[in-house]
Design a protein around this ligand. Structure first.
Ligand code: SF4
Length: 321
């Protein structure tokens, strides 16, 4: 079934995605009822918005047009996106703008730390655009941001959701040296779809990055996310789970791909909630310590509560020995 685009989404594709403008429009499927979310706008939502704006920060919640923004910001859970709002990659699924990025803002780590303190976050997720233009891919900036948050809010646990640092020797070491509590890097999709969906990335490099994070710091929790509904098969999803377990990933998130604009990859199908439950059962059977699998699951959705569960599960597993 084909329908009109969701009118609540910002219509900014002409500015945000110049590289996609010559692509033919893709059909847009009508959203099933389980993907409907309530409108954002509570007083806490507005406070969160004010703190983010006052500190001149970008959030992936806004830049990626995340459907969970009402739910998350009502609880002050904003996911900061550092190093600007322009990405050097042009993934077919992503709403973040592509182009030539701004110069690094050296004061940003301090402002992120101040905002985290004001938001009183127990757990914060820090992500970024891809910065292939920087010699270290932005690893030093990630490290400085982690250190600034820790200095100001020592009780806050820190999760980083990083780019793949492809061809950036030593970048991962710098991020891990700053001792994040969770190292997250999304595998995003199955290998057969990489050329179409994530053309600038390499599946086995992303897997290896996750594996190396664990090798560098056996205590760090590692996490990765997969979108479904892009045309992948069940066998391919299960293979990705196996690959992530070989890389010793602790936590898997699985969510429905949603098409940001007609110029982005089309949704091949909407996976129903029961199928997400079944994927969670399969993932747990593969040995993941923690799995979040639902239509609206995103890497950072409920990340704080899920981190607490993850810690408890590891503690229980260790005490069993
Ligand atoms: S799920 Fe993540 S990106 Fe989406 S609104 Fe929540 S914190 Fe932001």
């Amino acid at each position: 079934m084909v329908t009109l685009l969701d009118r609540n989404k910002p219509v900014r594709s002409a500015l945000r995605h110049p590289e996609k403008q010559s692509r033919p429009d893709t059909p847009v499927l009508a959203k099933p009822h389980w993907l409907r979310v309530k409108a954002a706008g509570s007083s806490t939502f507005l406070e969160t918005h004010a703190i983010v704006t006052e500190h001149g920060l970008h959030t992936v919640c806004q830049e990626a047009a995340c459907p969970n923004i009402g739910d998350c910001w009502e609880q002050r859970h904003a996911t900061m996106m550092i190093m600007g709002s322009i990405c050097t990659r042009a993934c077919a699924f992503c709403h973040v703008a592509t182009g030539k990025p701004q110069a690094l803002d050296e004061d940003e780590p301090r402002r992120v730390a101040e905002a985290v303190e004001k938001l009183k976050l127990k757990h914060v997720v820090i992500t970024s655009v891809d910065r292939d233009d920087l010699s270290d891919g932005g690893a030093e900036h990630f490290g400085r941001t982690i250190e600034a948050i820790r200095a100001r809010s020592p009780e806050t646990t820190i999760e980083v959701l990083t780019p793949d640092f492809l061809r950036k020797e030593g970048a991962l070491d710098r991020v891990i040296a700053a001792r994040p509590d969770v190292f997250n890097h999304n595998i995003e999709t199955v290998p057969s779809l990489y050329v179409r969906i994530r053309p600038g990335a390499r599946y086995f490099h992303s897997l290896r990055l996750l594996q190396q994070a664990k090798e560098l710091s056996p205590h760090v929790f590692t996490k990765s996310g997969l979108m479904v509904g892009l045309g992948e098969t069940r066998d391919e999803i299960v293979q990705v789970m196996d690959d992530l377990r070989v890389a010793q990933v602790d936590f898997l998130t699985i969510g429905q791909y949603l098409q940001p604009t007609r110029k982005h990859a089309a949704v091949a199908r909407f996976v129903d909630p029961e199928e997400f439950d079944e994927l969670a059962r399969i993932a747990y059977s593969k040995g993941f310590l923690q799995v979040a699998s639902s239509p609206l699951t995103r890497s950072s959705h409920h990340a704080g509560a899920q981190f607490a569960e993850l810690q408890a599960k590891r503690a229980a597993a260790m005490s069993a020995f």
